[in-house]
Ligand binder design. Structure first.
Ligand code: PFF
Length: 467
């Protein structure tokens, strides 16, 4: 049993365990839902290429910087930035508030996945609680506006997240993700095989991989870049305290450079695989790829409904897969802020038990996720904020649209390259990508991030700066 006292430092048991936890954090709704729908709505192939460029030139270097900062300082994100300089403490807080905000809607969406997995399972058995051939749009609307049902699913998801994190970094997070991630990979492969073998699937593959630059016309490339950039930060769990916290649990002998390469690689692979699991099926069943957020719960449910006999089975498999991916991410969000809470308590010389902090954070998230749930994606008539259509979008605007790219931008600027070099070369490891890292972190990453930030704000506030 792990000792969860404040004074005992948490640590991953093995490099494989750390990688599964970090990849588990990165792979989530962002990959299985966000990536396909954003690609669908932003030009397919053109989006894919920009995304890949961003991962290589920006994602990798920020990932390495965050992991190094965490391991060097051994602290959560607030303590880590404070160790660099007291004046950087606010960057830590920006990175700590964002995951707390994100958890409110992430848990609700995780709950939606549970509902859909169960409903498809119901259809497998022909039970009364299945979708039972209902119109997907109407079914989704009825579910999301049902305050009690959505709140219950959200609370169950929050409880599961809290339970795993209570198990500790090694006994909870590492243990769970070491099983869940390989299982997720297998489920994804099965789903892809079904999707690409449907008659008419080739059109989906063409949409993803046939060069078409029309989305870049005029200032269109800025919009695509901004969407791809926001997606990249979210998908790689950057600028959000997680990679700093996970770095702080990483034993000194592990090769950090290799991990910083593997995590974005695996995350991007899963995003493309998610595209392969969804796009061919969407085209084969005569649906549109640019359906926006409705892709996961409306378009895909329609696809499963239209598949015939085995449709509900594949529906169950798919939504269960998304649920697993979501929970391996939500536990990292909770762990990121737990690390901050633990440090802050320790700074004040308090001896609070880690588990009590997790429970308190869990309660706060339970409250916020119920609030987001009862908004019913804006359908239940509550007042709305920042010109957005629902609370989820308003919270997303603040966290994903502003705090995250800002925090990641600061990471690129304030984490000393010397610190990163020192951490990478511990134990005589070579820093093979040092020249590339130095160049990207100084020039490419900050410039890209400013463009991303401008584009995100333009999109969110509808300023029309880019046409
Ligand atoms: N990376 C996760 C996804 O793609 O869904 C979401 C996420 C997890 C974002 C952890 C941020 C984070 F810190």
């Amino acid at each position: 049993m792990e000792n969860n006292n404040l004074n005992t430092k948490q640590q991953f048991g093995s490099n494989f365990g750390f990688l599964m936890a970090a990849v588990g954090s990165a792979v989530g709704l962002g990959n299985l839902w966000g990536f396909p729908y954003k690609m669908g709505a932003n030009g397919g192939f053109a989006f894919l290429i920009l995304y890949l460029i961003l991962v290589v030139f920006v994602g990798y270097v920020i990932m390495l910087s965050e992991l190094a900062l965490g391991r060097k300082t051994g602290k959560g994100v607030v303590g880590a930035f404070t160790d660099l300089s007291k004046k950087y403490r606010f960057i830590g807080w920006m990175s700590a508030i964002a995951p707390w905000l994100i958890l409110s809607f992430y848990c609700m969406l995780g709950g939606y996945c549970m509902k859909y997995a169960l409903a498809n399972l119901g259809d497998v058995f022909g039970a009364g609680w299945g979708v039972a051939g209902a119109d997907s749009g109407a079914y989704f609307g009825a579910f999301t506006s049902n305050m009690v049902e959505t709140s219950i699913y959200s609370l169950v998801f929050v409880a599961l997240t809290v339970l795993i994190v209570l198990g500790g970094v090694k006994g909870g997070i590492e243990k769970f993700t070491s099983i869940a991630m390989p299982a997720l990979f297998v489920m994804l492969v099965i789903t892809i095989i079904r999707s690409v073998t449907l008659p008419g699937a080739a059109a989906g593959l063409e949409f993803m991989f046939k060069p078409d630059w029309s989305a870049f016309q005029g200032t269109g490339w800025i919009t695509v870049l901004a969407v791809a950039g926001g997606q990249m930060f979210f998908s790689l769990s950057l600028g959000m305290s997680i990679m700093v916290a996970y770095g702080s649990y990483l034993p000194k002998e592990q090769n950090m450079e290799r991990s910083a390469l593997i995590i974005p690689f695996a995350d991007t692979l899963v995003a493309i695989m998610a595209g392969l699991a969804t796009m061919p099926a969407v085209f084969a069943m005569g649906q549109t790829p640019g359906a926006g957020p409705g892709l996961l719960f409306i378009t895909l449910q329609t696809v499963f409904g239209a598949m015939g006999g085995f449709g509900p089975f594949f529906g169950f498999l798919f939504y269960f897969l998304v649920f697993i991916a979501a929970i391996t991410s939500s536990i990292s969000l909770l762990e990121g802020i737990t690390a901050v809470a633990v440090d802050t308590a320790a700074e004040k010389g308090k001896t609070i038990h880690r588990n009590k902090l997790i429970a308190a954070l869990g309660i706060s998230i339970a409250i916020t996720s119920v609030l987001v749930s009862i908004d019913g994606l804006g359908a239940n008539g509550f007042p709305q904020f920042f010109g957005q259509g629902c609370w989820l979008d308003a919270i997303d605007l603040v966290s994903e649209g502003i705090l995250m790219p800002l925090a990641a931008c600061y990471c690129a600027i304030v984490i000393p390259t010397e610190l990163v070099k020192e951490e990478v070369t511990l134990n005589g490891n070579q820093f093979r990508t040092q020249k590339f890292y130095d160049f990207c972190i100084k020039f490419i990453a900050p410039i890209m991030m400013v463009i991303v930030l401008l584009g995100q704000m333009d999109g969110f506030f509808g300023l029309g700066m880019f046409g």
